[in-house]
Design a protein around this ligand. Structure first.
Ligand code: SF4
Ligand code: MG
Length: 312
């Protein structure tokens, strides 16, 4: 299992260097080996911060990121796939060298011939050809570039792949191809995914478990079927109401009920209370604790007793 526990994490907001924001607070989750946990929420909820903490791109200001060691005792290898394949590939390198770099860095192959064989194999794995290695990133479409990023991530033989909105920059038809590729690779290679998305229909396709984040906290976590059949937290219900009809323009795909408050001044009590249709006086005063439900979901909401009563 991969246990990630990071209480009291802060993050620096890039353009305001002296401002510290608690972007992620007391977030903890487990991802079973070979499984996929998705983090969902609107932009600014902290899900990308969690991704960057898990991959070591950000260091937590307090707390820790813990990985249970692999069975053979070697450290886990974590790789990240980014939203924007345009920005994450060096435009001046040939695709061959982009994919060969981790093989060289980590000394996974000795000779140039072995490196060439492995690069060709990785290109084939992601649906490209060995001759594509001679080209530069700009010669490919967005979907093909995401395939190149996946090949590069796979080159270092990762145990754990953190995928931050890997398809949200792509056309809908191409999105499905990349998601199917990722699922096939997961089956074939036993990969474990932490999948970050704002799109409920995408996470439904990918995940075993879904964790819903709001203003830096997980407000509900459940097995995928349970979450879709019985969304409990009012915020999860709001996200599910706005499930895209794939032809709708993007602005219709974000929740409509009110704005996300600034993480600089989070609301008191349950931070969702200004937008919550079910809020009462308790909600602005007290922060709800995470409570486990009998069907495997966990929810942080003061209305949890009523939910349990309805289940009984
Ligand atoms: Fe809504 Fe209150 Fe539950 Fe928060 S605790 S989600 S405000 S009902
Ligand atoms: Mg993001």
């Amino acid at each position: 299992r991969f246990d990630v526990s990071a209480p009291w994490l802060n993050r620096v907001i890039e353009r305001k260097p002296r401002l510290f924001v608690r972007a992620v607070d007391d977030v903890s989750f487990e991802v079973p080996k070979g499984g996929c946990l998705s983090l969902v929420g609107e932009s600014g909820c902290g899900k990308s911060t969690v991704a960057r903490l898990v991959t070591g791109l950000y260091a937590p200001s307090e707390g820790s990121i813990a990985f249970a060691p692999g069975a053979d005792g070697r450290p886990l290898s974590v790789q990240m796939i980014f939203q924007d394949p345009y920005a994450s590939l060096n435009p001046r390198w040939r695709v061959f060298d982009i994919i060969a770099e981790p093989l060289r860095e980590l000394k996974l192959r000795e000779t140039e011939a072995e490196i060439a064989d492995r690069v060709a194999e990785l290109l084939k794995t992601v649906g490209l050809t060995a001759s594509d290695g001679r080209k530069f990133p700009h010669e490919f479409s967005g979907g093909q570039r995401q395939r190149i990023s996946i090949a590069r991530a796979l080159a270092s033989e990762p145990d754990f792949l953190v995928c931050d909105e890997p398809t949200s920059a792509l056309d809908v038809s191409v999105q499905a191809q990349i998601l199917n590729l990722m699922r096939r690779l997961q089956d074939e290679m036993g990969l474990t995914y932490l999948f970050i998305s704002h799109d409920m229909s995408v996470v439904r396709h990918m995940s075993d478990q879904i964790a819903v984040m709001y203003l830096g906290r997980i407000v509900e976590q459940a097995p995928t079927e349970v979450l879709f059949a019985h969304p409990r937290h009012p915020y999860t219900q709001l996200l599910l109401e706005t499930i895209p009809n794939v032809t709708a323009p993007r602005r219709d795909r974000e929740p409509q009920a009110g704005e996300v408050p600034s993480p600089l001044k989070p609301p008191s009590g349950c931070t969702f209370h200004p937008r919550c249709p079910q809020a009462d006086s308790r909600c602005s005063a007290e922060r709800p604790e995470m409570t486990a439900m009998p069907d495997g979901s966990r929810v942080a909401c003061h209305r949890v007793e009523e939910m349990l009563a309805r289940m009984a």
